[in-house]
Every structure is written in structure tokens, then in C-alpha cells.
Design a protein around this ligand. Structure first.
Ligand SMILES: *[C@@H]1O[C@H](CO)[C@@H](O)[C@H](O)[C@H]1NC(C)=O
Ligand SMILES: *[C@@H]1O[C@H](CO)[C@@H](O)[C@H](O)[C@H]1NC(C)=O
Ligand SMILES: *[C@@H]1O[C@H](CO)[C@@H](O)[C@H](O)[C@H]1NC(C)=O
Ligand SMILES: *[C@@H]1O[C@H](CO)[C@@H](O)[C@H](O)[C@H]1NC(C)=O
Length: 276
């Protein structure tokens, strides 16, 4: 009897602790692309617990060491770094960076977290990426949305035009559309051309495919470019690309767990001793 009460108490305690700290580690998402030359939101120190923060760059693409430096899109020096863009490893796998919204989660949960994506439809069905979250998808607040950081998209605020020179549309295509074919990638600033072409080669220029996402430990390939490493990153599985999130269940400071432990001592112990 006492043991039955005890086990149900322990069960509810463990359910409660898991729920109270549970992160959203996987799901299904819409995807799209963006490129805006602004300071990525995850570069602010308030966006999570980081061992090292996300790099930003000045207009000459030199790293800015101060994580509080003002946003280029607000008149400050901190713009996005050119190398935080996608590259293909082989025909079925690419690395990249993304602006993310995960419903029910908070930006401090996805900023600089890495996710394995598997595309579910369109001509790239079955292809996989691992992306690191560098930005917050402020345009979306209802559904999961991973927007890949890929040069050659519409320059909504005209800030890439300002950073790289040229006239609006010359480098980044028409408003709301971006570039329309791979030949136009030859017109974007030279350091952005390879990532621009990735969209037409590896990504096959598909329109907004859906994808599954699963949090994984960040591969060194991504963090050595972005500079960003979260304090909790090591708790995620790198080898199987499956999130284990051990940190959510090993917290023992919950009042319920302490309560259940007290019950063990006062109720179950005499019974256990009686069995010996
Ligand atoms: C592509 O690269 C990924 C990551 O290194 C690897 O897991 C996968 O087996 C490779 N696929 C092919 C077809 O080479
Ligand atoms: C592009 O479109 C957006 C949204 O309609 C608008 O706010 C912006 O001013 C446009 N930019 C240019 C340079 O036309
Ligand atoms: C690419 O798009 C531009 C602008 O619409 C057009 O002038 C050009 O002919 C296109 N090139 C190809 C190869 O389709
Ligand atoms: C993505 O999923 C939505 C609904 O879940 C669907 O309407 C849309 O067509 C899908 N996108 C593609 C490219 O198949």
C-alpha cells in the first residue's frame, strides 16, 4: 500500500519536473529563406546562456568583439557575418544558419541551438541539414518556422544595399522575390556568391518545403564559424542526431522530489526493513 502510494508520488514528481523544465526539442516546421544584413538577434547576450556568443561583423566583415554593439539596421556597427550562410557537404547533406520560431518555446531556447532538419516534400525531399539558430523569426508567432539565412533574398530594409553598395535590386533582386535565377548570383557581392548559388544547386530553388526538426549537439563545423556555443549544448546527442536532453530529468531540486524522498524515509523504509 505504502509502496504503491510512494511509486505514484515518485511518478507524478518525475512528470512534474520533466514538464516544468521541458524544452521543445523536435517537431515539424515550415521553412523559407531571408537575408537582411542586420545584427542577428541571437547575438545579444540576453538571448541565452552562452559559453561564447554569436559573432557579428562590421561593414568590412571584420569581427566585432562587443556583444552589446548596436544593430547595423539601427545605425550601429554590428551586421551579420558573411560566412554564416549555408554550404553543401554532399548532395544529401548541408550545414547552415537560420532565423527560428518554435511555437511554445522562447528565443533563449533556440538561440545558438542546433537542429537536424529533414525536408519532407518538394524536389529536396529526404535531404538533410544541420542548422544553428542565429536569429529570431519576428515575422512569425503562430507556427514553427525555420527561415534559412541565404544571400540573394529580397533586401527588405535596403540595408544590404547600404552595406555592399549598388542600387536596390541590382544585387538582391526585386522586392518580395529576391533573385530569380542562378546567373544573377554573379551580380551579388563576390563573398556572397557561393552561398547564393547553393540555393539553385543543392536546394534546387524549391519554394518553402516543410521539414522535421530535432535538436542536436552543435557540430564544430557550425560553431567554429559562428563562434556561438550554448552552456547546455553538451547535453545533446551528437552521434545519432537525436536529442537526449538529459538536463531536463536530472534536476533533483524540485520541491516534489524532495517531498517524495521524505515519504520514502518515513513511510516506505519501515516496510522495506520489514521485508529484510
Ligand atoms: C553526406 O554527408 C553526411 C555528413 O557528413 C554523411 O552523414 C552522409 O553519409 C553523406 N552522404 C553521402 C551520400 O555521401
Ligand atoms: C520593399 O517592400 C517592403 C514591404 O512592402 C517595403 O517596406 C520596403 O520599403 C520596400 N523596399 C524598397 C527599397 O522598395
Ligand atoms: C535570369 O533573370 C534575369 C532577370 O529576370 C534575366 O534577364 C536572365 O535572362 C535570366 N537568365 C537565365 C539564364 O534565365
Ligand atoms: C507544407 O505543409 C503545409 C500544411 O501542413 C502544406 O499546405 C504545404 O503545401 C506544404 N508545403 C509543401 C512545399 O509541400
Amino acid at each position: 500500500m505504502a509502496l504503491r502510494i510512494l511509486s505514484s508520488l515518485l511518478l507524478s514528481a518525475s512528470v512534474m519536473t520533466t514538464q516544468s523544465t521541458a524544452a521543445i526539442l523536435s517537431g515539424e516546421s515550415f521553412t523559407s529563406m531571408y537575408y537582411d544584413c542586420c545584427k542577428p538577434a541571437c547575438a545579444w547576450p540576453t538571448q541565452g546562456r552562452f559559453i561564447s556568443g554569436l559573432r557579428t561583423c562590421n561593414a568590412n566583415d571584420q569581427h566585432i568583439l562587443d556583444d552589446t554593439a548596436g544593430n547595423y539596421c539601427g545605425g550601429g556597427p554590428a551586421s551579420s557575418c558573411i560566412d554564416q550562410t549555408p554550404w553543401a557537404v554532399n548532395d544529401s547533406f548541408s550545414f547552415g544558419y537560420a532565423s527560428i520560431f518554435i511555437r511554445g518555446a522562447d528565443s533563449t531556447e533556440w538561440c545558438c541551438s542546433c537542429y537536424a532538419l529533414e525536408f519532407l516534400d518538394s524536389a529536396i525531399k529526404g535531404k538533410k541539414m544541420i542548422v544553428q539558430g542565429i536569429n529570431v523569426n519576428y515575422n512569425e508567432d503562430q507556427i514553427n518556422w525555420f527561415s534559412l539565412t541565404v544571400p540573394g533574398q529580397a533586401d527588405w530594409q535596403g540595408m544590404c544595399e547600404q552595406r555592399f553598395g549598388g542600387t536596390f535590386g541590382e544585387f538582391f533582386g526585386v522586392n518580395a522575390t529576391g533573385l530569380t535565377n542562378v546567373t544573377q548570383c554573379d551580380n551579388v557581392p563576390q563573398p556572397l556568391q557561393a552561398a547564393c548559388k547553393w540555393r539553385y544547386t543543392w536546394y534546387k530553388n524549391v519554394k518553402g518545403p516543410n521539414a522535421t526538426f530535432t535538436r542536436v549537439q552543435c557540430p564544430a563545423e557550425l560553431t567554429k564559424v559562428s563562434g556561438c556555443l550554448r552552456a547546455d549544448d553538451k547535453t545533446f546527442d551528437a552521434s545519432t542526431a537525436k536529442a537526449t536532453a538529459t538536463f531536463t530529468t536530472t534536476r533533483i531540486s524540485s520541491p516534489l522530489v524532495v517531498f517524495a524522498t521524505v515519504i520514502v524515509i518515513f513511510v516506505a523504509l519501515p516496510e522495506v526493513l520489514g521485508l529484510l
